[in-house]
Ligand binder design. Sequence first.
Ligand code: NAD
Ligand code: ZN
Length: 750
Amino acid sequence: MSRTALTFLPRALSAAFRPARVASNHHRVPLRAKTIASSASASSPSNPNPNHEGVTSIAMELKSANKAHGGEVRKYTHASSSTGTDMTFSVYVPPAAALSPVPVIYYLSGLTCTDDNATQKGGAFKACADAGVMMVFPDTSPRGAGVAGEDDAYDLGTGAGFYVDATSAPWSANYKMYSYVTKELPALIEANLPAARGLKSITGHSMGGHGALTIAFKNPTEYAAVSAFAPIVNPSAVPWGKKAFETYLGSAEAGKDHDACELLKKRGAAFPEFADVLVDQGLDDQFLTEQLKPENLEAVAKEVGQKVSVRRHAGFDHSYFFISSFMEDHVKFHAKALASKAQAMADAVDVTADPALLAEFAKTAGKDIECNAAVAWGPKQPLTNEVVIVAPPKAGEVRVKVISNALCHTDIYTLDGHDPEGLFPCILGHEAGAIVESVGPGVTSVKPGDHVIPCYTPQCNAPACIFCASPKTNLCPTIRSTQGAGVMPDGTSRFTAKKDGTVINHFMGCSTFSEYSVIAEISAAKINPRMPLNKACLFGCGVSTGLGAVWNTCKVEAGASVAVFGLGAVGLAVVQAAKMAGAGRIIGVDLNEDKFAIASRLGCTDVVCPNDHEGIPIQSVIVGMTKWGVDYSFDCTGNVEVMRSALECAHRGWGESCVIGVAASGKEIATRPFQLVTGRVWKGTAFGGWKSRSAVPKLVERSLAGELPVDHYVTHAIDAKGGDVAGATNEAIHALHGGDCLRAVVTYHK
Ligand code: NAD
Ligand code: ZN
């Protein structure tokens, strides 16, 4: 094969594109032991993407990782089944991926490039970090495959891969870049990295532009969007493309199936599949008239009604100076399409209540239900699994099938006997996701099949309720006295132990450590059923509380400085909310340094361990870091000494300190009055100030829309196997005491 037969790039320019080409000769390194293998278990917390239960034994090896714009650029190798060689690719993982899976843009490079060219010169990271998307940079071909002639020309074979599956020998054994890019690589990425399943789009440069356009046009439902930089839009009509198609596929005719113009023509009016196709083209590009021919694409697209926006830029050539100049526009273009695809995917989920479930509910309505529950018989006694009889709901009540329950400290606080008003025996639990099984007389706001979050702070919305009517509070007192007395509003319990008829108390108006429970209608927040209940439960207490403390109780404003004491789920929700509110500096304080990594990912700019400052009050450390103290501070520990520190590190003149933690019984807070005289404000919050029934459904919607990721709070997922609610809950309590737990979610019913 002659090097000069088809000179796609002038030698001077191609040299600029090819540094990694030299390295390719010693590319074939055996995969070492340090691999990332996806877990087959969906509930394993070590699985980076629990979407992917079915995927096993896809391994890849991390070669390097570099921080960039809050995220990380990583280089991996893996043994490819498509090409039969080791393949290398790079990926930019944006900071948002620390919270929940993100969409992915595939960037296909051009002739003589490797993944390094685009990562080092493409200028994509800031835009990807801002948009919360991952970008994957595959290599341009197999390397070291051993195919005769593959290293003879830079425009064919090694480094010049063409995004097709070769059918002609000897290329057909390894040159399968189409399968690699469309199937193998996405599966690998989705299994091993926090990539949202089915949310991908594609772009590319030059030959990679040909790859992006043809791959998208051949698989329009799989890619949310397609764009390209100086793409080869009509390869079967230009000499370079003809040669490649003849070599790989046997004929230029066969290449029409990998030619963007031909694909559009063939699909005809079946297009448009894409709202728009963005193409950028430099007018000083030396290949413009001979090889690229964007006008061919425009003409066919017009014929078939596919919108294509070719933007022509004077003064730009074919280089990475051109690519990096327009990269941000492309990332934004893809991010927008990916977001609307995510929305469409969510909307497509069937949200009508399962008829089988409704039939099951119809059978039990109005009757006692026998089910498993974890009963607390007395303070400091382990929960035992009991069959309990759950009576049907009375007027204004709702019986719910509890699906999942996240353990909160308040449950343990009561179980440990710290709550002087704790009543035993009782069924604890108050952070749950449930489905309405039946409703009592007069209940109109929910019906069987509705998904609800039981809320320990109810919202009666009665015209006479001055609390519900006031925007200043969420503390509706309507059922407060009976809730505190462990009974329903009529003064009786709905729970009886089957074994001996003991009447069992309710707890916080929820009692969700039971497969079925009865709650007041005014305690049931009806949520979007698309939200999985094993995550929705988080909004029942701790996470909502932390968010509300920032947004409602303190109304933290952009640029403010914040200190958060205690980085459990509540404190981390404060950090997350403060970050979303645009706080400038967020100082996280915890005795347990293991919390610092997640706290930093969520938004802490500084993390402080009091043990590192022995002898110095922690408030002095924080005042020292900020000159006059922080604008807002939050206690998320429940320790009254910490509450004092939080107040005293608040800014002279205006600092506000919010008590969220629940203190042990009998404890009191203290400070010198001078602290308040000099302008500090001490306040507190219950359930973050949210009016539960109106606010919780909106928080769930925001989470579904991707604005409020919560997956990171679930560090432990436990199934109550065989109805052993108590066994699973005891396991969750054990996890919560372990120090590495944010929330342990127990699922009772699938
Ligand atoms: P958690 O135990 O998971 O987190 C508490 C964190 O504080 C831990 O990381 C711990 O290491 C840290 N900590 C303990 N002592 C500390 C100290 N002296 N200095 C610095 N850090 C310290 O608890 P959580 O689930 O996040 O709940 C936090 C508090 O909020 C609890 O008291 C809980 O009862 C309370 N809470 C209140 C409301 C409300 O409506 N006000 C709602 C939910 C939870
Ligand atoms: Zn009320």
